[in-house]
Structures are given as C-alpha cells and as structure tokens.
Design a protein around this ligand. Sequence first.
Ligand SMILES: Cc1cc2nc3c(=O)[nH]c(=O)nc-3n(C[C@H](O)[C@H](O)[C@H](O)COP(=O)(O)O)c2cc1C
Length: 313
Amino acid sequence: MAEGSTGANRIPSPASGSNRVCATFGIRLPLMMGAISPRPKFAAVVCRAGGLGCIEGISSPDKIRQQIRELRGLTDEPFSVNFPLAFGDRSLVEGRVKVAIEERVPAVMTSAGSPKVYTRMLQDAGIKVAHVVAGIAHAEKAAEAGVDVLVAEPTESGGYRGANEIAMMVLIPGIARAVPGVPLVAAGSVADRAGLVAVMALGAEGVQLGTRLMVTQEGREFFPEYVEKMVLAADDTSTMSADGPTRPRVSKPEFAERIVGDGRKRAQMGQVAALIHDVPTVAEVVRELFEGGASHARDVAAAIEALRGRLDA
Ligand SMILES: Cc1cc2nc3c(=O)[nH]c(=O)nc-3n(C[C@H](O)[C@H](O)[C@H](O)COP(=O)(O)O)c2cc1C
C-alpha cells in the first residue's frame, strides 16, 4: 500500500491494481461472506459471484466435515470456515479446527477469541487465516500472532463487536495505520456502493457482508421469513447490543413485537438494515458494490476536486 505523507499520522492510500485480500485468498473480488449461515449452498453462491463464501462453523466436527465436502462438490472456488473460538468447550473448538486442517480448507476465519491459539497450526497446514477484531489493540495482537487478514467489526455491524463499541470511522483508519502490513477487511455497515467507497477510503482493502447477504433472493432459502421482514422494516433505531461477552447486534424486542408480532423473535442484524429496502440477487449486490462503487468513487473525487479549486479563490 502506498502511503500518503501527512507528518506523523501517515494515511495509507488505496493501492490500485493489486489487492492483497484477493491475492491472499485467490478470489476475484475482495468480498468476504460473513459467518451468517452454515449452509454450503449459500456459501457457493458467494463463491460463484467472485467473493469468499463462508461456512459458519458452529456445528459438530462431523457435520462441519460434511458441509465442507458438500461445498467442494458445488464449487472449485476458495472459501472459508468460521470458528467463533469462545463458543462451546475447548475440545469442541479443537475438534472443529482439526476437521478444517484434515480437510485442507482454503481459509479459516477465527472470531470471538485469541488469534494466538490456532493461527500457526492452521497456516502450517497451508490454510490462510483471517481473524475478526473489534479494536486497534486486538488488531495489533492478531498481527503479532501472524494472521493473514484482519477483519474489523465496528459497533454498527451485525457481528461480535466486543464491549468497546468502536465506530467504523475510527476502527478502520486506526487499524490501517497501526498495522499497515496486514490486509484489512471492513465487516459491517456496508450494503451499497457508498458503503464500499467509504470503507475503502478509510483504509480497508475489502469488505465483509452479513445483513445485506441475508436479505437476497438466494438468502430466502436459508433464513426464516421474519428475518427478512425485520431487516426490510428496520430503521436506524431498530437494533441494540445483545448481552454477553461477544455482544452481537440484534433486533430490539419492541421492534420485533411491532413488525412480526412476537417480541421474543430475535434477528441478528447490523445497523445497516436501515439502508436495506429491496431483495436483490447476490450477483446484483456484488455489481452494486463494485460497478456502482467505481462510479460513485469517481463522482466523490470530482466533487472534492471542484471544492479544491476554491481553496485559493
Ligand atoms: C445472523 C448472523 C450471524 C452471525 N454469526 C457469526 C458467527 O457465528 N461468527 C462470526 O464471526 N460472525 C458472525 N456474524 C457477523 C458476520 O460475520 C459479519 O461480520 C457481520 O454480519 C457484518 O456486519 P453487517 O451485518 O452489518 O454486514 C453474524 C452476523 C449475522 C447477521
């Protein structure tokens, strides 16, 4: 990544041409699927669209092995398996990791736990490791552990955001500046061209989508109807942090009561749900991001350029 020169606070500028996220995983587009579903068929859709499909690795080791093999039967493209390290007892997590190693999966995304424990072991088996972080110090620790890619989860996102609730506008530039040697993916709050341009402007080299992918034509096969209903109806006040150490972002009970008539129903979803009003295909989402994003970035650059002209007027 080239570095802009602004004194002590050096701002990395986006590298054109090469993209370290694509190069690391061997994918066409720097788009990671969040760990939103264990279903191989859904991961295959994202792989075919040029991104890194993901199997949410929350089942038993045997079931995960089956899911990996099923996905391999559906696509030759690279994919990842996610392991939330804090979920389940140690032997269950170890069993899942062992399966990933035995099956030689292309990539593993670890989250909700220390990157020190499994990174080297996975890499020794030829597996690329992405680790989810929710703060700058976490990112530095993950870089020390040698992870291949950092996935940054800000407070807005639908994922495990930790206790500190760091906003995207600070998290992404903070990590990009503190750990420029590790490719950075922004997880969360992206649903459209403006979101992609924003996170890339902040210093991310790729994006991870959760909520946007759930509400797609293909997603209808894998998520309950009430989830789509809630995402489409959400505004900026419809979500909250769930309790517990990993604090996923979820729908508020009063919102669920109003929209689906049952306050006990809960959808894990990001604040970005407020910006989602349609149900496109996954391929349409990807086109909106990368074709729409390129056009939007040109418009933003032109608007700033026009303002620059006024500096010395
Ligand atoms: C329904 C749902 C389940 C998720 N489960 C996991 C998980 O098991 N492990 C994990 O690391 N992240 C999980 N996440 C977080 C996603 O991987 C992703 O980072 C996040 O959804 C991005 O934010 P966005 O929803 O605003 O796009 C989940 C997110 C959702 C919406």
